[in-house]
Design a protein around this ligand. Structure first.
Ligand code: ATP
Length: 251
C-alpha cells in the first residue's frame, strides 16, 4: 500500500498485541490501536512496565508483534524483511533513545550527519544550515570534533537529538529525550521537537514520565497494563499530573 494522502496517518498501530516469554507469560501490549498523524507531537505516558517502550519499539520495527499490524508510511512493517525494514527506518525514522547508539569512532559532526551518509548523500546547503543551527541551539559547537566517550551523558543525548532532527525524517521516536538534561536544555529540546512537528510536519512520538515534557505535546496517550486507557489533547503539566494521579488511584 502506498500513502496517497498527506492526512493519512504516518504510522498506524492496528490491534497489536505483544507477549513475551514462550508461553505468553507477560502481555506487554494487549490489543492496542493508535494512529500517528503527520505533524502531530504525541506523548506516551503510563506507569513503569505499562508497555510504553514496547509500543515504541514495535512502531519502529525494532521488536516483532505477536498479533496485529503496524503500518509506517503505508507499508505494513510486520511483513517486511530485514533489509527493507532497515531501509524504511533509515529513510523515515529518527531515534532519540536512551542508549544513544552513537558511533564511538566518529566525532560529533560525523555522528550527526550519519543518516545522510547511510542514505548515500551529502546534506544540501539548506540542510547544512539547519544542522549548524541545531549544533548551536544544542550547545555542541565546542564539542564538534570530540568523540562520544569524551562527552557527558547529556551531551551525548544532545548529539543523538541533533542526529534525529538533522535529516528531518517523517517520524521521530524519542524515549525520555530530556532525561539527562538540565531544565533549560530540556526546554530547548522540547521546543525543537514541537517546532519540528508544527513547522515541518514531522510526527513525534515521545515516551516520558515527565508532565512538563508531555505538556509540549499536542496529544497525550496513557497506557496501563499494555492497554491505552486514556487520551487527552494538549494539557498543562499541572493537568497531566492530575490525570496521572487519578489513573494511579483507579489502578
Ligand atoms: N524482552 C522482554 N522479555 C520479557 N518481558 C519483557 C521484555 N521487554 C519488556 N518486557 C515486559 O513487558 C512489560 C512492558 O515493558 P515496557 O518496557 O514496554 O514498559 P515501560 O512502560 O516502557 O516501562 P518503564 O517506564 O519502566 O520503562 C513489562 O512487564 C516488562 O517486564
Amino acid at each position: 500500500m502506498v500513502m496517497t494522502n498527506s492526512l493519512e496517518p504516518i504510522a498506524r498501530v492496528h490491534r497489536v498485541s505483544k507477549k513475551y516469554g514462550g508461553a505468553g507469560v507477560v502481555s506487554a501490549l494487549d490489543d492496542v490501536s493508535l494512529d500517528i498523524r503527520p505533524g502531530e507531537f504525541t506523548a506516551i505516558m503510563g506507569p513503569s512496565g505499562s508497555g510504553k517502550s514496547t509500543l515504541m519499539h514495535v512502531m519502529a520495527g525494532l521488536d516483532s508483534v505477536t498479533s496485529g499490524h503496524v503500518l509506517v508510511a503505508g507499508t505494513d512493517i510486520t511483513r517486511l524483511g530485514d533489509n527493507k525494514l532497515t531501509e524504511l527506518r533509515r529513510r523515515q525514522i529518527g531515534f532519540v533513545f536512551q542508549s544513544f547508539n552513537l558511533v564511538p569512532t566518529l566525532d560529533v559532526m560525523s555522528n550527526i550527519v550519519l543518516p545522510f551518509e547511510l542514505d548515500g548523500r551529502s546534506p544540501s546547503s539548506e540542510e547544512t544550515a539547519w544542522i549548524d543551527q541545531l549544533v548551536d541551539t544544542l550547545g555542541l559547537r565546542e564539542r564538534i570534533a570530540h568523540r562520544p566517550h569524551q562527552l557527558s551523558g547529556g551531551q551525548q543525548q544532545r548529539v543523538a537529538i541533533a542526529r534525529a532532527l538533522g535529516a528531518r525524517p517523517h517520524l521521530i521516536f524519542a524515549d525520555e529525550p530530556t532525561g539527562n538534561l538540565d531544565s533549560r536544555t530540556g526546554r530547548e529540546v522540547l521546543t525543537l521537537l514541537a517546532a519540528a512537528a508544527s513547522e515541518y510536519g514531522q510526527s513525534i512520538v515521545m515516551v516520558t514520565h515527565d508532565p512538563v515534557a508531555a505538556s509540549y505535546a499536542d496529544r497525550i496517550v496513557f497506557l496501563a497494563d499494555g492497554r491505552i486507557v486514556d487520551e487527552r489533547g494538549r494539557s498543562s503539566a499541572h493537568q497531566i499530573s492530575g490525570y496521572m494521579l487519578s489513573m494511579e488511584r483507579a489502578a
